[in-house]
Design a protein around this ligand. Structure first.
Ligand code: HEC
Length: 196
């Protein structure tokens, strides 16, 4: 009798655990998983391409590459995941005018700057919005982008004369230099469309 009681309790517990594992709350919504995968993919692809170009063509060659290819890589990654995706810069620190933040992105960045000022590391900066979105948009995600050592050749405080000249030629109003490792450079943003 006692044995059966234990057995029953064990079965109930096992069932509860199975439910807990299957519960939707334990996993992000599919739209969020898609946005996260797209952001991860773009970050990885840009960095891999950049490292390859730096090795091949040096800093100046890599600037031309970024200028021509970075927007195309973003468009391709977006199409592959069925989302809109891009990068923006913290306020006043833009390089390419094509990356000018839309108002929701500028608001997200302002929030990130506040969190960094309060001591949060850039790696923790993620923001997901599912409510109060325009028609046709299911989810918006933003993720902070930190300055790493490999970024300094083109975004740091001391640039070579060649690098300055190349940036000046392509981005006459460039404001994306003067950063240090660990600084918040900007953010990746993703917009997932609502299912048809
Ligand atoms: C070889 C030079 C070079 C290096 C190294 C480099 N960038 Fe850039 N970065 C650029 C160029 C050029 C653009 C503008 C691209 C465009 O026209 O879309 C840019 C644009 C950006 C943008 C988009 C916002 C804006 O201001 O236009 C972000 C964010 C960014 N870079 C972050 C980084 C990070 C983080 C690293 C290091 C992992 C890095 N960059 C390394 C040259 C570089």
């Amino acid at each position: 009798m006692r044995m059966r009681g234990w057995l029953l309790a064990g079965m109930v517990l096992g069932q509860a655990q199975a439910w807990a594992q299957a519960a939707p709350a334990a996993e992000p919504a599919p739209e969020q998983a898609r946005a996260q995968a797209a952001a991860q993919d773009l970050g990885r692809q840009l960095k891999a391409a950049l490292a390859q170009q730096l090795e091949r063509g040096g800093t100046v060659g890599a600037i031309t590459f970024c200028h021509e290819e970075a927007p195309l890589i973003a468009a391709r990654v977006g199409a592959g995941h069925g989302v809109r995706i891009g990068r923006v810069a913290v306020a006043g620190r833009l390089r390419s005018p094509a990356n000018t933040a839309e108002s929701w992105q500028a608001q997200g960045l302002a929030g990130f700057e506040g969190r960094v000022a309060a001591g949060e590391p850039v790696s923790a900066l993620v923001q997901v919005q599912r409510q109060d979105l325009p028609a046709g948009v299911a989810l918006r995600l933003m993720r902070g982008i930190a300055v790493e050592p490999m970024c300094l050749a083109c975004h740091g405080k001391e640039l070579s004369a060649d690098t300055r000249a190349a940036l000046q030629r392509l981005y006459p109003r460039d404001a994306a230099t003067g950063f240090a490792v660990g600084d918040l450079r900007g953010a990746m943003w993703v917009e997932v469309p609502a299912a048809q």
